[in-house]
Design a protein. Structure first.
Length: 318
C-alpha cells in the first residue's frame, strides 16, 4: 500500500525536509516530491504497527500537526498513481483509500490519469474515449494507433489501475519549485508579473548552480478564497536560461486571463529536470542571446560569492 501525503500550499518550503523525515519514522521507503508532496510505501509499516492505511495516515497527520503545524491530505492506494489521484480528491482531515481501482477510475475523465495532458485528452475525446472506463474497454491496438506504441500501452495499463512506477527513496529531485506570497490580496497584474520574474530568476539560478535543466514549467496561482489554478507548458528545449524561463512564466500567466483576481500567492515549478551536459541547445546567429548567457554566467558567479541579491534584474531591485 502506498500513501501520498500532500501538505497544504501554505506550508513553508524549508519545512518540507522535516516533514519527509517524519514519514521516515514510519517507513524507510519515502520519495519526496517537493515542495508539498511525498510518497511512502507503508506495506511493511502496516504489518509492523498492525494498523489499517487510514489509521496509519491519521497518526501521520496528527504528528505533522502537533510537531510542525502542517496540515495535509492523504490518499492511499495499491500504487503511486492511485495514491496520488486519491490524495487530489481527499478532503481535509480524512484519508481516501482506493480499495477497488476499477470502480474508482471508471467514471473519471481521461485527463485525470497521470501522463495524459490536454493534447492527448483532446485526441482521445475526438474518438469518444472521454472517460477512463471507455479507455480501459478500448483494445490496446486502437490506443497504440492513436497515441503511439509505448504511450498507448502505458495509457491502457493506467486506465486499468496498473502503475509499475516504484517508490524510490532518496531519488534525485524531478522538479524544483519556488513560491511567493503577497502581504495582501494582489490585484495589480504588474506586481504579479514582478513576482513571476523573481521566481524565474531564482529557479534559473538554482538550476544552473546544480548543472541541471528543466523541460517544462508549471504555474500555480492561489487566490484569496484559498482556491488555486494551475497551468503547465513544455519549453521549446530543455534549459536553465533565465530569459526563457521568464518568457514561459509570463505566457502561462497570460493564459489564465486573470481580470481583477484577488491573488494571494504564486508558485512556479521547474519539471522534468535533467543534467545540463546531456541537453541540446539550438545554436543561433543572434548575438543578443549569447551576450545574455555570458552576462548570466557572470551574475551567477557574483551571487555565489556575495549572496543571492548581489545582482538582480532592474525591476526587482527598484
Amino acid at each position: 500500500m502506498i500513501l501520498c501525503v500532500r501538505f497544504r500550499q501554505e506550508t513553508p518550503e524549508p519545512l518540507f525536509p522535516r516533514l519527509v523525515d517524519l514519514l521516515g519514522e514510519f517507513t524507510p521507503v519515502v520519495e519526496a516530491a517537493p515542495p508539498h508532496e511525498a510518497l511512502a510505501d507503508v506495506r511493511g509499516a502496516l504489518r509492523y504497527f498492525d494498523r489499517t492505511p487510514a489509521e496509519l495516515a491519521a497518526v501521520i497527520r496528527v504528528r505533522a500537526l502537533a510537531l510542525y503545524g502542517a496540515d495535509c491530505v492523504i490518499g492511499a492506494g495499491p500504487n503511486p498513481m492511485l495514491a496520488r489521484m486519491a490524495a487530489r480528491e481527499a478532503r481535509p482531515g480524512l484519508t481516501l483509500t482506493v480499495d477497488d481501482p476499477a470502480a474508482f477510475l471508471r467514471d473519471r475523465p481521461v485527463v485525470a490519469l497521470d501522463g495524459v495532458g490536454r493534447t492527448t485528452a483532446r485526441t482521445l475525446c475526438g474518438y469518444g474515449l472521454d472517460s477512463v472506463g471507455r479507455v480501459a474497454d478500448a483494445p490496446l491496438a486502437v490506443l497504440q494507433r492513436l497515441v503511439g506504441a509505448k504511450a498507448g500501452r502505458e495509457l491502457w495499463e493506467r486506465a486499468r489501475g496498473i502503475d509499475r512506477t516504484p517508490v524510490v527513496p532518496n531519488a534525485a529531485a524531478r522538479s524544483l519549485a519556488a513560491e511567493r506570497s503577497f502581504p495582501y490580496d494582489e490585484l495589480d497584474r504588474a506586481e504579479q508579473r514582478r513576482a513571476l520574474l523573481s521566481l524565474a530568476t531564482e529557479l534559473g539560478t538554482r538550476l544552473r548552480a546544480d548543472s541541471q535543466v528543466c523541460r517544462s514549467l508549471a504555474l500555480t496561482v492561489r487566490y484569496a478564497d484559498r482556491s488555486t489554478t494551475s497551468r503547465s507548458r513544455t519549453l521549446p528545449e530543455p534549459t536553465a536560461h533565465g530569459a526563457a524561463l521568464t518568457a514561459l512564466a509570463y505566457a502561462l500567466h497570460d493564459s489564465l486571463g486573470l481580470q481583477r483576481a484577488r491573488v494571494r500567492g504564486v508558485a512556479l515549478r521547474a519539471e522534468g529536470l535533467g543534467p545540463a551536459e546531456r541537453a541540446a541547445h539550438q545554436l543561433t546567429f543572434d548575438p543578443a542571446d549569447e551576450k545574455a548567457r555570458r552576462i548570466e554566467a557572470v551574475a551567477d558567479r557574483a551571487r555565489a560569492k556575495f549572496g543571492p541579491r548581489a545582482i538582480l534584474p532592474g525591476s526587482l531591485a527598484a
